[in-house]
Ligand binder design. Sequence first.
Ligand SMILES: CC(C)(COP(=O)(O)OP(=O)(O)OC[C@H]1O[C@@H](n2cnc3c(N)ncnc32)[C@H](O)[C@@H]1OP(=O)(O)O)[C@@H](O)C(=O)NCCC(=O)NCCS
Length: 352
Amino acid sequence: MPSQTPTETIPNEPAPTPAAIAVAGRSPYAQILGLGAYRPRRVVTNDELCTWVDTSDEWIRARTGITQRRWAEPDETLAAMSVQAATAALADAGITAADIGCVVMATVTHLEQTPSIAALIAHQLGAVNAAAFDISAGCAGFCHAVALGRDMVQGGSAGHVLVIGAEKISDFIDRQDRTTAFIFGDGAGAVVIGPASRPGIGPVVWGADGSQYTVIGQTRDWKTFMDDPTGPRPFIQMSGQQVFRWASYEMVPVANKALQAAGITVDQLDAFIPHQANMRIIDAMVKALKLPDSLPVARDIAEMGNTSAASVPLAMERMRRDGAVPAGGTALLVGFGAGLSYAAQVVRLPWS
Ligand SMILES: CC(C)(COP(=O)(O)OP(=O)(O)OC[C@H]1O[C@@H](n2cnc3c(N)ncnc32)[C@H](O)[C@@H]1OP(=O)(O)O)[C@@H](O)C(=O)NCCC(=O)NCCS
């Protein structure tokens, strides 16, 4: 007798439902809740600089609008300046370091490849619940970090984000180099980004043009220097005129797109806070954007020089101190620099 194959009935079970992944802690909107700054003690005037660089006070003022800059002293390390600025921002926001879910540090002058200086800053602040990392986007770094902070708060990956823009760029310039020594300065600025009941940070408009990778950079890379340490160590270098042209012309459509993305017109702005690269670039942007004559424009560069990733929060802090901008006013931020990279957004200012 042929063997009988047992018949099985396969139950018609529904496909398993994937486990639901919880989405917690999102906020519909984000805003800047607090602001802090640290300006190094030592003021370096143009006249002092002229004692070792072949330049003049008159030339520097005419070409850049800079009258002085600040260079940090040895105890004013990148971490120390950042902690000072961050402590002020936390107090301003009315929260403690333990409330911070992420520390994002924008800098190009942390001279260790790894680990991030954000981890050390978080530790020194007591931000025990925070992730921490650095980003490198040159002078546009702060505006990049603000965009990340907004998206983290709105996306739920952090309740509050501490964004720091800080540089000790005096460590990184050849102080004899007449093409760079006069322009850069040191400092730190920080903001706390947290949840909001209405939009406080508009969509970012950002990008990078790597075809201009060499326009702002180093005289040589660290590996080349380690392999042949006979020449000078790496310093910052830039093709000034190329940067000047790019920033003056290309940042205008970027700024306009950021306004458009936020649904804001120039007459609704209370302040314009561009990266402080050169007073002539700021003037060119003001003109091309057709900003009203009465609009307060950040001009912190006159006394601080170009502080790279620190320039926008430092300029913001000066505007608060000067009382030129109304409480909760609306400001257009535009960052641009090495990469060449850029980021712009509209924000509600954090003072009330
Ligand atoms: C750097 C910068 C101020 C130079 O100004 P500039 O008007 O472009 O000046 P130039 O390089 O064309 O030089 C003009 C003249 O001044 C001279 N010069 C250059 N540096 C000088 C200095 N420190 N002091 C005096 N003269 C100087 C040049 O030799 C040149 O002389 P020449 O006309 O006899 O040949 C300007 O290009 C700039 O700000 N660029 C943006 C840079 C920047 O912001 N980078 C940071 C990243 S965002």
